[in-house]
Ligand binder design. Structure first.
Ligand code: VGL
Ligand code: ZN
Length: 204
């Protein structure tokens, strides 16, 4: 069933900086890689995303004098958590984790390159308006059903899955192949938000 061209596996941000030892390490971030590699064997359409920021990105605390990592600020597009510098374009931290199988991916989508706007979702930047092009790609390929896995459950996985559901795709998230940052209740909020958008939550 998964092998159908109508289904795609979307693997979010399995990059060195989100794994133990990285700049924005997600607890257990590398524990999910073997499972994700196994899941890839049952999909014929696989998309990898990569958080890909310029060195002076506005989501970095270092770009806001007087602010610290994990502080919240107001951006023209709404609330923004300030992060440690991470996934800088071309850096080792931005590379996919070495254990992740990447050879079978059809598309590698990079996001967060616009200095002014963060992009948690693989579909829209955080202004919820500027498209990444992923929707068009999936529609052109006839994909209707998406399974999301990867990092982090409560940020990039959450916003990608919710945007996909809003766009009318049939969406599942497999929590056994995701790990969360869990900042001030963000994991519970993410699970509520995904459920409210009729996303199938698997693997918990
Ligand atoms: C992410 C925070 C900042 C993610 C990316 O991949 O979930 N989180 N940039
Ligand atoms: Zn980022």
């Amino acid at each position: 069933m998964e092998r159908s061209q109508h289904n795609a596996l979307v693997i979010i941000d399995v990059q060195n900086d989100f794994c133990p030892g990285g700049a924005l390490a997600v607890p257990g971030g590398d524990d999910i890689i073997a499972r994700i590699n196994m899941m890839q064997q049952s999909y014929s359409r696989i998309i990898l995303t990569q958080d890909w920021h310029p060195a002076d990105h506005s989501s970095f605390a270092s770009s806001h004098p007087g602010k610290a990592a994990y502080d919240m600020v107001q951006m023209p597009y709404g609330d923004q958590v300030l992060w440690p510098d991470h996934c800088v374009q071309g850096s080792d931290g931005a590379a996919f984790h070495g254990a992740l199988e990447t050879d079978r991916a059809d598309l590698i989508l990079r996001k967060g390159s616009n200095r002014q706007i963060d992009s948690y979702s693989a579909f829209f930047e955080n202004d919820h308006h500027t498209a990444t092009g992923l929707e068009g790609y999936l529609r052109d390929k006839g994909v209707v059903s998406l399974l999301f896995v990867g990092l982090a459950t409560d940020f990039c996985v959450r916003y990608s899955a919710v945007d996909a559901a809003k766009l009318g795709f049939d969406v599942s998230v497999d929590l056994s192949a995701c790990r969360a940052i869990d900042l001030n209740g963000s994991l519970a909020e993410a699970l509520d938000d995904m459920q409210a958008h009729d996303i199938h939550i698997l693997g918990h």
